[in-house]
Design a protein around this ligand. Sequence first.
Ligand code: PAF
Length: 283
Amino acid sequence: MKNLTTIADLRDLRKGWRQAGKSVGFVPTMGNLHNGHLQLVREAKKHCDVVVVSIFVNPMQFGANEDLDAYPRTLEADQQKLMSLAVDALFLPTADIMYPKGLDQQTFVEVPGISDVVCGASRPGHFRGVATVVTKLFNMVQPEHAFFGEKDYQQLQVIKALVEDLSMDIQIHGVPTEREASGLAMSSRNGYLSDEQRQTASTLNALMLSLRNDILQGERDYTALEAKYSTSLNDAGFTTDYVSVRHARTLQNATADDQDLVILIAAYLGKTRLIDNIQVHLS
Ligand code: PAF
């Protein structure tokens, strides 16, 4: 596996692959890799001749009071995991390489509408930071395919929209969420949880499945369901940010006529913000 820190080295490697007619798959990450990320790599290897992974903890997508400094950085362990999957190249840019003029002077990419709801409403500027860094990484790596977890459902929709809106020739693949045996969705932020919080955390998935079941049983008063499950989460020990039933593609509030829905949940356990989601298809 080649470890690259400069855009010039990455472009050189990319040029060779283009000349050799190799298709490139890309998995952007912020490191602290768990099985969810490794699943993205495995999927990329199925579709592409060569696979590039990036690790960059992107300051632009963290709010002022969020966990940028505390975000777990585990480079050596990450490199071992990627080498064991025979990843071709690991791109490790610094903040100076990504944002040489500083964040304030950086041109940004903003996807209107879907960036402003649910997580976007709770974390203003977050999806602008994601869309900007992903656009820059796409321009650097120039992949034919890119792989993102469905765990970050709204992020995946934002990236699909930006690729379409900016006419990028990149196929975006959503990869199903990897879960612990308890049902807890895998996330780098799970590492912040105490043993007791970890046990509580699995309730989030259980309540989400119960909400989905209510919808499948014919319940269509989504506002009432959202209120009911927000209370259940609070009773279980979370501080609910939102429980929201949305149209699966537009992420607008679901109406009783919509067939393709997604349940999106964000809730805090102590200071740790957990998110999860599940799609519901009605026929
Ligand atoms: O999902 C993530 O890890 C990040 O949001 C991403 C896509 C790597 C952009 O920084």
